[in-house]
Design a protein around this ligand. Structure first.
Ligand code: CA
Length: 393
C-alpha cells in the first residue's frame, strides 16, 4: 500500500504541475474570450489577464484554514481599540464636509459610514495589494464550487475599467476581490457605487468621497432609515428570555423583561429592537434596531455588525462598553498585540513582523511561551500572557 501511494504521488508530482499550468493557461484564454464577449475590449482583456500561472499568494490565502472561533472580546478589542477611535475622529474632522453632505443625501449617520471605513481598511491605509484580475482568474481557474461566482466578479471588475470608472492598475484589493476604501466586490461596485465628487467617475479607490457615499448608498438600499442602530443594554443575571437578531420586540416589551440600558436608565416606546447577548447574560448586551440589519447586510457576521455599531457609537462620543466581558483574560488592542510580539521576539521566538496581526507564527510562539511559563498552552493573544512576559497592558 505504502509504495503504491508513493508511486501515485510521484506521478502526480511529475505530471501534475505541467498539466496544471497548461490547464490554467487554457482557462485564462477562455476567460479572455468571455470578457470580450461581455463587452470588454480585446486589448484590455489581454492586459488584465496577462498571467501564465496562478497567483500563489491568492491560493495560499484562499486555502488557509480559518483560525476557528475567536472569542467576541478578542475580536472587538482588536477591531475597536482606542487608536481606531482616535484615528476615526481625526478622519471625520478631515472629511467633515463630505461626510455631512453624504449624511444629508442618504440619511445614513456619518459615524457609521466612518466606522465601516475604519474596520474595512483602517481608513484607507490597508486596502489590499492583490491585483484583482489575477486573483479572480486564479480563483476561477482553480475550479472550485465557487468558480462561477469568481468569474462573475472578474467580468464585473473589467467592465468597471471598460466604462471608465477606474484604471486597470487601481484594481488592487483583498485576495477575494474586495477593493477600495470600503472594500466593495466588483459586482456590488457595479450596482451601488456613486460618483459623489462629480468628476464623472465612480472611483472607490482614488476618491474618499465616492467611496463613503457609495457605502451610504449601499446601507440606504439595504433598508437604512434615519435613526439609531445599537445601544448597549443589560439584562438581569438570571435572564432566560429570548435573544437573537431575528427576535424583535418593542422597547416596552424588553423593559417588561427587565432589560435596561447599560447606564441603568429605563427603556420605553414602541420602537422594535432585538437583543444580542454574544457572551451570555453576564456579558454586555446589545439592543439592535432595524439599521443594524442594514449593517449586517454589508457583511453577514453579527460580530462584524457589532464592531461597526460599537465603533460608530464611540466615534459619536459614547463611552467604552460599561459591562465587562465575562473573562479574566481579556483580548488585546493592536498596540498591546505589537508589544506582545516584540516581547516574544526578544525571547527568540519567530513571530515575523510585529504588526499586531496574530497569524500562525505568533500563535505558535505564544503556545511555546505559555508552556515554558507553566501556563496552559492556548496560542491566544490575551492579557495574561502579555503580563506574564513582563508587558504593560
Ligand atoms: Ca468621482
Amino acid at each position: 500500500m505504502r509504495s503504491s501511494i508513493s508511486a501515485a504521488v510521484a506521478i502526480f508530482l511529475f505530471v501534475g504541475p505541467a498539466v496544471a499550468a497548461q490547464n490554467f493557461q487554457t482557462c485564462v484564454a477562455n476567460l479572455r474570450d468571455q470578457a470580450v464577449k461581455a463587452g470588454v475590449s480585446p486589448s484590455l482583456a489581454s492586459r488584465a489577464l496577462n498571467i501564465s500561472r496562478p497567483d500563489e499568494n491568492v491560493l495560499r490565502l484562499s486555502q488557509a484554514q480559518p483560525e476557528g472561533k475567536i472569542p467576541i472580546w478578542d475580536y472587538l478589542s482588536f477591531v475597536v481599540d482606542d487608536q481606531r477611535v482616535a484615528d476615526g475622529r481625526a478622519m471625520m474632522r478631515k472629511y467633515d464636509t463630505e461626510l455631512r453632505a453624504i449624511e444629508r443625501r442618504f440619511g445614513v449617520d456619518r459615524h457609521v459610514i466612518a466606522a465601516i471605513w475604519g474596520v474595512e481598511t483602517d481608513y484607507g491605509r490597508q486596502a489590499g495589494d492583490s491585483f484583482l484580475p489575477h486573483a479572480l482568474a486564479t480563483l476561477t481557474c482553480e475550479g472550485g464550487r465557487r468558480a462561477p461566482f469568481w468569474r462573475g466578479e472578474l467580468l464585473a471588475a473589467l467592465s468597471l475599467v471598460e466604462r471608465g470608472d477606474i484604471e486597470l492598475d487601481k484594481l488592487k484589493g483583498s485576495w477575494a476581490g474586495a477593493f477600495g476604501h470600503t472594500q466593495f466586490i466588483p459586482s456590488t461596485y457595479r450596482r451601488r457605487a456613486i460618483d459623489f465628487d462629480g468628476d464623472g467617475k465612480r472611483d472607490l479607490v482614488g476618491s474618499v468621497a465616492d467611496a463613503l457615499a457609495s457605502t451610504a448608498n449601499y446601507l440606504h438600499r439595504a433598508g437604512w432609515r434615519k435613526g439609531r442602530w445599537m445601544v448597549e443594554a443589560k439584562v438581569p443575571a438570571d435572564y432566560r428570555g429570548p435573544s437573537g437578531r431575528k427576535r424583535k420586540g418593542t422597547l416596552d416589551a424588553w423593559a417588561r423583561r427587565g432589560v435596561l440600558r447599560a447606564d441603568g436608565t429605563k427603556l420605553s416606546g414602541g420602537t422594535k429592537a432585538a437583543l444580542l447577548l454574544p457572551a451570555g447574560p453576564r456579558g454586555p448586551g446589545f439592543l439592535v434596531f432595524r439599521n443594524f440589519d442594514a449593517i449586517y447586510a454589508y457583511n453577514h457576521h453579527e460580530s462584524y455588525a457589532l464592531a461597526i455599531s460599537y465603533l460608530a457609537n464611540r466615534l459619536a462620543g459614547e463611552p467604552a462598553l460599561r459591562t465587562p466581558w465575562p473573562t479574566d483574560d481579556r483580548g488585546l488592542s493592536r498596540a498591546e498585540r505589537m508589544q506582545l510580539q516584540k516581547l516574544l521576539r526578544d525571547r527568540g521566538y519567530d513571530v515575523g513582523e510585529a504588526d499586531g496581526r496574530i497569524g500562525p507564527a505568533t500563535r505558535e510562539a505564544i503556545a511555546s511561551a505559555e508552556k515554558k511559563l507553566g501556563m496552559q498552552p492556548t496560542g491566544r493573544a490575551g492579557e495574561k500572557i502579555l503580563r506574564a512576559l513582563g508587558g504593560n497592558p
